[in-house]
Design a protein around this ligand. Structure first.
Ligand code: 5GP
Length: 138
């Protein structure tokens, strides 16, 4: 699968750290960590070395997919310079899964903090589409 991702440049050292965090960092364990570790099932739509995408259990539109990094980052509040390539990759994966779903128009949402609606403190991108969406959100 990874050979198709020509545009991601993440140093080898970081990849190892991502795997190590994903497997053993139980202190920051969330429901999404458990999904990544296969402890909780999900309806997977895309997976690669850096992220996993699966259908939201409570979809707000005909298509509602969550994309989560394998690295357990709490939220956009906690990203660092070293996450630059990963963040770009996650955005490109939004396009990939939207295309897979046959969407040419969709909304990408990243709730950051409880006040903004974040309920699971593992960074995730919502890809929401398949119906008209109004603005501003509630
Ligand atoms: P947030 O509100 O943190 O931005 O988004 C969390 C999302 O995770 C919600 O849309 C919620 O429906 C979804 N979610 C919560 N629990 C599960 C689960 O066990 N499986 C899946 N696939 N999605 C979940």
């Amino acid at each position: 699968m990874f050979h198709k991702i020509k545009y991601v440049v993440i140093p080898k050292k970081s990849k190892i750290e991502y795997r190590a965090c994903n497997q053993f960092d139980m202190t920051s364990s969330t429901l999404f960590t458990k999904i990544l570790q296969g402890e909780i099932p999900c309806d997977e739509v895309y997976s690669d070395e850096f992220c996993l995408a699966f259908r939201d259990i409570n979809p707000q539109a005909p298509t509602h997919i969550l994309i989560i990094p394998r690295k357990p980052i709490e939220s956009l509040c906690k990203v660092e310079q070293e996450d630059k390539a990963l963040l770009g990759h996650l955005l490109l994966v939004t396009q990939k899964v939207a295309n897979q779903e046959g969407l040419t128009q969709w909304r990408t949402v990243i709730n950051t903090g409880a006040e903004a609606g974040q309920t699971i403190f593992h960074l995730h991108l919502h890809v929401i589409g398949g119906r008209h969406q109004s603005w501003p959100p509630g």
